[in-house]
Design a protein around this ligand. Structure first.
Ligand code: NG6
Ligand code: CA
Length: 486
């Protein structure tokens, strides 16, 4: 039996491309997310919760290392065959939990690279996996649901791989495998227009793969596969503290809901997979309750970056949005340097310990490392989590003080300084709008916004407040040159 004085379990539920306006407790009204709302009702909802970047890999890098992504030049959207970008044995968030006596597991999207270079996908003991970074167990997809290889990786091997049908992966557009169906060679197999790499289940992906047919994932059952793995991990570890990082693939494109959820909203596939994601959240909460663990478990819900409607696949998300604002009142979205890129849903719940409420504190996913280390009385070693601040009191709703400043990253590694109520975007070359219509935030001039008065970043103040611009520019440069900010 579990001792009630034991350390609490911690579960991070991490959505992929879910925006500030995509859930009902943050104001969405054209779809309903009752289970995410249930978490908010039991916990603290943060109005100023941030990922560190407006894309996936850098945000996840910060979540797991407590480090700004720009410290690692490889921390940008990775190919599916990229080597692991966090060195084996690094002092990660899961390693911190493990040192504190926790069982640690990851289920879902990884996207931080696998292997140590030139990975043999057929190896029964792949080195350079989440299991080398503090996770006792892992069941993941390598990169994104739109990238090859479209297989699950079970700890150190590709799950269900038939030795007689070896798996090969390439991202070489000049020399793709010539004997596999692509959009060009087999247009008749294509079920949805999107990327132009190989066709897996009629869905064009980024990159190419050959072989490994028995190991292929089925997009329609992906939500159930990951949920079952999460359920098993929780049941297996119900008697001692655990840390579970459950990284959803929803609502990243291609949005292929389980048939149970197809058509459940009138927003099209993007709305349907958000409802699917919300259902999974409910299943986790129900399981915690049935295991008698709800009051022993901190459940965090957030997203890796802001939202995007059309992200290459033609699924009518823009046409069907019809009044749904995925970033809510924020400007920009995924890939953007505006706040819609990085300010995301951010809920921390721990019934019986955290009093329900809302918070305006500035909090960042990068801070979980130092905050939970403090809760568990784990000392950080030199170089560990260099940018993670201990904001435990804010996360637990016991203080209204979070961060005073935070650097976030937009498209093209553009670094932006959030400082108290200000946000400062340095001049940056590049298009005003990205291929998907999202405002990038680029401008040849510096931009300054006072977010407390102007959440939608409509009133640019750089020329009226040059002294603030110059102070923030100096501060940003100092942070970028520093080795540590905690
Ligand atoms: C982009 C892809 C996009 C998506 C994204 C990764 C193009 C034109 N766009 O480069 O489809 O895969 O990478 O998303 O290829 S993320 O959430 O993992 O960062
Ligand atoms: Ca993402």
């Amino acid at each position: 039996m579990r001792d009630s004085k034991q350390k609490p379990n911690v579960i991070i539920l991490y959505a992929d491309d879910l925006g500030y306006g995509d859930v009902s407790c943050y104001g969405a009204h054209r779809l309903s997310t009752p289970n995410i709302d249930r978490l908010a009702k039991d916990g603290q909802l943060f109005w100023q919760g941030y990922a560190t970047a407006s894309t996936c890999t850098p945000s996840r890098y910060s979540l797991l290392t407590g480090s700004y992504p720009w410290r690692n030049p490889r921390a940008s959207i990775l190919r599916g065959d990229a080597p692991q970008i966090i060195p084996t044995g690094s002092p990660t968030l899961p390693a911190m939990f493990k040192n504190a006596g926790y069982s640690t597991g990851i289920v879902g999207k990884w996207h931080l690279g696998l292997g140590e270079g030139d990975l043999d996908w057929n190896s029964p003991s792949i080195q350079g996996t989440p299991n080398d970074l503090g996770f006792d167990s892992s069941y993941i997809l390598a990169a994104t649901n739109d990238r090859t290889p479209c297989v699950y990786i079970n700890n150190r091997h590709v799950d269900n791989l038939d030795a007689n049908d070896p798996l090969e992966v390439t991202y070489d557009r000049e020399h793709p495998f010539t004997d596999i169906p692509t959009v060009k060679t087999h247009p008749e197999l294509q079920k949805i227009v999107g990327h132009t790499g190989c066709l897996i289940h009629g869905i064009p992906r980024i990159g190419y793969m050959r072989g490994g047919n028995k190991a292929l994932w089925d997009d329609e059952t992906m939500c159930d596969v990951f949920l079952n793995k999460a359920h098993n991990f929780m049941t297996e570890n119900k008697n001692h503290p655990f840390f579970l990082y459950y990284a959803f693939h929803e609502p990243h494109a291609p949005r292929i809901p389980s048939p149970r959820f197809a058509g459940s909203t009138d927003l099209g596939p993007r709305g349907d997979v958000i409802v699917e994601l919300d259902w999974c959240v409910g299943q986790i909460l129900d399981q915690l309750e049935s295991l008698g663990l709800r009051e022993d478990t901190i459940v965090i819900f957030s997203s890796d970056n802001g939202p995007v409607l059309w992200d290459v696949y033609e699924d009518n998300s823009i046409e069907l949005a019809n009044g749904h604002e995925p970033a809510g009142p924020l400007r920009g979205g995924k890939y953007s340097s505006f706040d819609g890129g990085t300010r995301v849903p951010f809920i921390v719940s721990w019934p019986g310990t955290i009093s329900p409420g809302e918070s305006d504190a500035i909090v960042c996913q990068m801070d979980f490392h130092a905050s939970f280390a403090s809760m568990l009385e784990q000392e950080l070693v030199d170089g560990e989590a260099p940018d993670s601040l201990n904001i435990l009191d804010a996360l637990l709703g016991q203080s209204s003080l979070g961060r005073e400043e935070l650097v976030v990253e937009g498209h093209g590694k553009n670094t932006i300084l959030r400082s108290n109520n200000w946000t400062y975007l340095p001049p940056k070359d590049g298009p005003e709008k990205l291929y998907n219509g999202i405002e990038a935030g680029n401008s040849s001039k510096p931009q300054l916004y006072e977010l407390s008065q102007d959440i939608g970043q409509m009133k640019e103040l750089a020329s009226t407040r040059p002294e603030v611009v110059s102070e923030l520019e100096t501060r940003l440069q100092a942070i970028l040159k520093s080795e540590q900010t905690r």
